[in-house]
Ligand binder design. Structure first.
Ligand SMILES: CC(C)CCC[C@@H](C)[C@H]1CC[C@H]2[C@@H]3CC=C4C[C@@H](O)CC[C@]4(C)[C@H]3CC[C@]12C
Length: 291
């Protein structure tokens, strides 16, 4: 009786699991892999009825193609460190969305002639964060394509000297090392960042999140002041249906470290945001965003 009930439950949940989107899918796969790992290391013993379900825990499952044929095209299971990265990325995104979602206490910091606005707010720990709102003549997918190709960023953005992807954890998460440029307008000076970057899609919106992280193989570099970015997030939503335009909301939440007066930092950060957007707008207009 019990195996039959379990089979029935799995049958009912299977189509929902397959069609899940956004944060739910990595969450379920992370859970599955955690269970598999604990079972392999002998920390837990799964009951015998699991075998009735027909799942081989811990090994990639054959996928059904549209024509109903089975194929083994699933990427190999993620390792512990990769799962950790995904968890960190999701957490950063959730925290950033929480900050953005709280309407209280935002003040207008500056308004650009083109209508872009930056709001600021002092968080409970005393840090000032900035929220830039703008509209782009591009779809969320087009913007995301440019922003996710991080290694190309220095080509179109002079405030960034170099970006390297140090680790990829599935298609939606990576660990990056970023070095800002020493430019004349940059009162803060050069910084480097080690961050986990994560994105998810929900309906036609795209959410990008990030936060400072640590990698044993990549300690702070000699001669660099390591700044900490995040929890930070970008929300890209289609403006109206079919106009091809998007609303872009960016939370900048950065500890630049080093010995600098707060007033200088709090002036430089919204300027850095405005500059970044100006270059991004130019890049999108060039339309040179082949896949
Ligand atoms: C003021 C000084 C210290 C820093 C100025 C440069 C700042 C604005 C730069 C340095 C690194 C940059 C980040 C590098 C990578 C990404 C991931 C991408 O998917 C979205 C943009 C995002 C999140 C960039 C936002 C702008 C950024 C934070």
């Amino acid at each position: 009786m019990l195996p039959a009930v379990v089979k029935l439950c799995c049958g009912i949940s299977y189509p929902h699991l397959r069609t899940m989107a956004g944060l739910q899918r990595p969450a379920i796969s992370a859970l599955g892999q955690e269970v598999a790992h604990r079972q392999r290391s002998g920390q837990i013993r799964l009951p015998a009825w699991v075998s009735h379900v027909g799942w081989q825990i811990g090994t990639p499952q054959p996928q059904l193609t549209e024509s109903g044929k089975r194929e083994d095209s699933r990427p190999s299971p993620l390792d512990e460190e990769e799962l950790m990265c995904i968890r960190q990325g999701q957490e950063a995104l959730t925290k950033a969305l929480d900050i953005l979602g709280n309407q209280n206490g935002w003040k207008t910091e500056l308004t650009e002639v083109n209508g872009d606005v930056i709001y600021s707010k002092v968080l409970s720990g005393g840090r000032k964060v900035f929220r830039l709102e703008t509209v782009f003549d591009a779809t969320p997918e087009e913007i995301h394509r440019v922003l996710w190709k991080v290694e190309e960023m220095p080509q179109w953005n002079p405030s960034i000297k170099n970006i390297k992807v140090l680790k990829q954890a599935g298609p939606e998460t990576m660990v990056t090392h970023e070095v800002s440029a020493e430019t004349a307008g940059n009162l803060i000076g050069q910084r480097d960042f080690l961050s986990v970057r994560h994105f998810c899609r929900q309906d036609s919106c795209i959410y990008l999140g990030g936060a400072a992280t640590h990698l044993e193989v990549f300690p702070p570099q000699k001669g660099f002041v390591r700044a900490e970015d995040g929890p930070t997030g970008i929300v890209i939503e289609p403006l109206d249906s079919d106009t091809g335009r998007s609303r872009f909301t960016w939370l900048l939440n950065m500890d630049v470290k080093g010995w600098l007066p707060k007033s200088i930092v709090n002036q430089a950060l919204p300027r850095a945001q405005v500059d970044f957007i100006r270059h991004l707008r130019r890049r999108l207009a060039e339309g040179s965003t082949p896949r």
